[in-house]
Design a protein around this ligand. Structure first.
Ligand code: TMP
Length: 225
């Protein structure tokens, strides 16, 4: 029950996973399904999701894979995250809207932590500073074999052009197979470590099968009323 003293806060759902797991398609389906139930959902993404954060995104996702070291990436990701939380996510939740976000701090723990080698305690303190108490109610982790995901994501196109298009958002895709194997393993470990918040979704099936698994997880774990 809500009253004037305890305003209703919207729910915050994040989608995570390696490259080419199909997050964008699934986020569109989830937002459409929520809209059919009368729920307004703000669709957003990281890095990005606010004008300043989108400027930082461009620095992060373009250029050579070695352009930033993992600690610099973590600092930039969390600078962008702070802007996104303050300007977009928190106001939406306070209005009572739901927020569906393509990646959030779990991507930092996995990409810069598990795969990039930055200590978890360092990352957690940066994340705490960026998000304070704005944390996901539910995290859907789309699990896919990294080679399949990378080919879906079009990494091969980036390789064909030699990564020479300065605007191509392929910097992380081009970090190499061992990096992406660690990313996949990191997301699975995270799902096992935090089963109450995280649902691991097999993303290898058809779009419809994966969408059904996502809707089941959302219905089972969050009250839609
Ligand atoms: P996208 O391709 O899903 O839009 O995300 C851009 C890339 O940024 C993706 O390869 C994952 C990476 N990333 C991190 O390394 N750390 C983070 O904290 C976030 C949010 C994304």
């Amino acid at each position: 029950m809500t009253d004037a003293a305890t305003p209703r806060r919207g729910r915050f759902i994040t989608l995570e996973g390696g490259e080419g797991a199909g997050k964008s398609t699934q986020i569109a389906a989830l937002c459409a399904w929520l809209a059919q139930r009368g729920i307004t959902a703000v669709r957003t993404r990281e890095p990005g999701g606010a004008p300043g954060a989108e400027e930082i995104r461009r620095l992060l996702v373009t250029g050579e894979p070695g352009k930033w070291d993992a600690i610099t990436e973590a600092l930039l990701m969390n600078a962008a995250r702070r802007d996104h939380v303050v300007r977009t996510i928190r106001p939406a939740l306070e209005r009572g809207d739901w927020v569906v976000c393509d990646r959030f701090y779990d991507s930092t723990l996995v990409y810069q932590g598990v795969a990039g080698g930055v200590p978890m305690a360092t990352l957690r303190s940066l994340i705490d500073m960026a998000v304070e108490d704005t944390r996901p109610d539910l995290t859907l982790i789309l699990d896919i074999d990294p080679a399949t995901g990378l080919s879906r994501a079009g990494a091969r196109a980036g390789e064909r052009t030699g990564g020479n298009d300065p605007a191509a958002e392929t910097r992380f895709e081009r970090k190499g197979a061992p990096f992406h194997a660690k990313v996949a393993q990191g997301f699975r470990a995270l799902a096992a470590d935090e089963p109450e918040r995280c649902a691991l979704i097999d993303a290898t099936g058809s779009v419809e099968t994966v969408a059904q698994a996502i809707l089941s997880a959302v219905s089972a774990r969050l009250s839609l009323g």
